[in-house]
Design a protein around this ligand. Structure first.
Ligand code: MN3
Length: 232
């Protein structure tokens, strides 16, 4: 009897460990580091993905292991940023933001927004070109490091906004709230090797490698996502 009890305890401890512990890992890119060369050079891609992004993940795992945060998913960590340490805020944000960034880049030429997304863009910004201008303005006026975003707000509007450092619009501390469907990294590590201090040149070139098909998917997922209610 004692033996059974003990093995049950061991089993449940093991199960709870498997069930709650998470180890965030670096997502694979859909393309080679040199695939975006005309707009983003391969050395920048290599360092950005395998060093910068990996470091956010390593530090996030280190910060949450053995704490209550270890059983909370990434989205939930972001939704409750105000309760988290500065280290978790920066590194959970860094992991989420970069994972999204890699997904919306592509070597494919001339991808187009879906009919549904294009309608929303035209009704809010009049055209795709003027949306790009609004995003580039948000990105170029972000002082220091941060991100420019296109988000779906809880009332299903498209909004352009910007956040400092590795913050994002899912965080409860963010002024603008919504589900990001496009994010542009304006940290110097994202462009300095090729563009040096010329952030505007990077922002001009990045549109050549933006994947509107992927952003369209994210748009149609976001407008039906129950997560929107939680952001109100
Ligand atoms: Mn970055």
């Amino acid at each position: 009897m004692k033996k059974i009890k003990r093995s049950l305890v061991v089993a449940s401890v093991a199960l709870s460990f498997i069930g709650t512990s998470q180890n965030f890992t670096l997502p694979k890119l859909k393309f080679a580091y040199n695939a975006l060369e005309s707009s983003i050079d391969s050395t920048t891609m290599l360092i950005h993905h395998s060093k910068h992004h990996q470091t956010y993940i390593t530090n996030l795992n280190k910060a949450i292991i053995g704490t209550k945060a270890d059983s909370i998913g990434l989205t939930e960590l972001l939704l409750t940023t105000s309760l988290r340490s500065e280290v978790i805020r920066n590194n959970a944000g860094g992991h989420y933001n970069h994972s999204l960034f890699w997904e919306i880049l592509t070597p494919k030429k001339d991808t187009k927004p879906s009919v549904e997304l294009m309608k929303a863009i035209e009704s809010t910004f009049t055209s795709l070109d003027s949306l790009k201008k609004v995003i580039n303005k948000a990105a170029s006026s972000r002082f220091g490091s941060g991100w420019a975003w296109l988000i779906v707000t809880p009332d299903n509007r498209l909004v352009v906004c910007s956040t400092p450092n590795q913050d994002n619009p899912l965080m409860d501390i963010s002024k603008d709230k919504g589900i990001p469907i496009l994010g542009i990294d304006v940290w110097e590590h994202a462009y300095y090797l090729k563009y040096q201090n010329k952030r505007a040149d990077y922002l001009g070139a990045i549109w050549n490698v933006i994947d509107w098909e992927e952003i369209s998917k994210k748009y149609s997922n976001a407008i039906n996502d129950p997560l929107l209610k939680k952001l109100k």
